[in-house]
Design a protein around this ligand. Structure first.
Ligand SMILES: Nc1ncnc2c1ncn2[C@@H]1O[C@H](COP(=O)(O)OP(=O)(O)OP(=O)(O)O)[C@@H](O)[C@H]1O
Ligand SMILES: [Mg+2]
Length: 387
């Protein structure tokens, strides 16, 4: 196989193992499909810009047609993995074994020479970021029923990663652009398990794109504490976005409405949550259910991680199997001071920011500039699968 021959030429100098030993080892490990680089070049018409469908923190994504006619999303990882082929394959193997109707399926990968390419099931209807939150550039109408189905689907997918997969997976980047929609608008979570595939100095949450900061749980953003509860926080933000049809941050709105979570809390305290539901629904929604969803969003984003419900509990709350009326809701955790420091910009270096920024749960967002899209923040968080 071409894959193995190229592998041998790369490893010949660095490994003491003889080629046939590596083959034996690898064939024991990989159950995942291995694509040749040539195959993927053909599928994407030589990675033609015409076939490029997006670019994220991990690299570029191309639409391609595989041998046999199946469509695929082909993600070319930008940084060469520091892991050896064996470690990379072990992780890939774990991801490709995961199957759930609300998770994007990994078909396989390519690891020829320095290439690290992932091949996924192609989803026809793009991401929630480009459709529901895309500012009217999509023709898809999201009825209340559809939003409810999407929210429950995402919750089920995340509950599966958190509670069924062993060892469990913290996604670490739950956000609207990582929720893809199939032809029936069934939601699929993408990019789970990627954290371990890239070098430690790349394992950051990129906030190049406005809005990403708004999904980060304060304890993760500030102290780098990454647990399932950080994902649950991000899910809570996403849920409020789905119900309201608004991005978590919109600096074009009047100041008191710019930060969605803060706005949700204000309306909750005034018992006016229904006012947050997307006006494009023209009142055609189940008000009781929509307000329940918003309250669940608030429960998920509470400042104290322990108070946030587990994802399986969230599923029950969303479907109405579990009553939430008895649950006290405390104020959401907001990364106000941290954001203020960061977005105010270049007076401080990022390392100074890391040392001096503090989290003040009692204050609200107080961004002073309109330029959230230029904000950048990187940090390396300990990856914790045990909590
Ligand atoms: N399986 C897929 N099917 C269809 N389109 C996809 C698929 N995967 C990714 N895309 C498209 O490519 C875009 C870029 O995806 P990518 O995951 O690289 O970046 P992102 O989600 O915007 O950010 P991040 O790198 O933080 O995940 C997505 O927004 C989506 O439009
Ligand atoms: Mg993504």
């Amino acid at each position: 196989m071409p894959f193995f021959s190229c592998l041998f030429s790369r490893r010949a100098g660095s490994s003491t193992k003889r080629p046939f030993e590596v083959v034996e080892e690898l064939s024991g490990i990989h159950k995942t499909k291995l694509y040749t680089y040539k195959e993927l070049r053909i599928a994407t018409d030589d990675f033609s810009p015409i076939n490029k469908i997006g670019e994220g923190g991990f690299g570029s994504v191309y639409k391609g047609r595989l041998k046999g006619g199946r469509l695929a999303a082909i993600k070319v990882l930008s940084a060469e993995s520091r892991q050896g082929v064996k470690e990379f394959l072990t992780e890939i193997n774990m991801i490709s074994e995961i199957e759930h109707e609300n998770l994007v399926k990994l078909y396989g990968c390519c690891l020829e020479e320095n290439h690290r390419i992932l091949v996924y099931n192609y989803l026809e209807n793009n991401s929630l970021a480009q459709t529901l939150l895309g500012g009217g550039h999509s023709s898809i109408q999201f009825s209340w029923r559809t939003r409810s189905r999407i929210s429950i689907g995402i919750a089920r997918g995340l509950a599966f990663l958190h509670e069924e997969v062993r060892p469990h997976i913290v996604h670490r980047d739950i956000k609207a652009s990582n929720i893809l929609l199939d032809k029936d608008l069934m939601p699929k979570i993408s990019d789970f398990g990627l954290a371990k595939l890239i070098p430690p100095n790349m394992t950051h949450v990129s906030t190049r794109v406005a809005g990403t900061i708004g999904y980060l749980a304060p304890e993760y953003a500030i102290r780098g504490q990454l647990t399932r509860k950080a994902d649950i926080y991000s899910f809570g933000v996403l849920l409020v976005e789905i119900v309201s049809g608004r991005c978590n941050t919109n600096t074009r709105l009047p100041i008191e409405e710019q930060y969605l979570l803060e706005r949700t809390w204000q309306l909750y305290e005034r018992r006016e949550l229904v006012g947050l539901v997307d006006s494009s629904l023209n009142g055609d929604f189940d008000a009781e259910e929509a307000c329940r969803f918003l309250k669940i969003g608030l429960l998920c984003t509470q400042d104290t991680p322990k108070l946030r419900p587990s994802m399986s509990t969230v599923v029950k709350m969303l479907t109405g199997e579990k009553d939430i009326d008895g649950d006290k809701i405390t104020k959401p955790g907001l990364i106000s001071d941290f954001m203020d420091l960061k977005v105010r910009g270049p007076e401080k270096s990022s390392s100074e920011m890391k040392n001096t920024s503090s989290y003040n749960p009692s204050s609200s967002y107080n961004l002073s500039t309109q330029n959230t899209s230029c904000a950048t923040m990187t940090f390396t968080a300990p990856y914790d699968r045990s909590t």
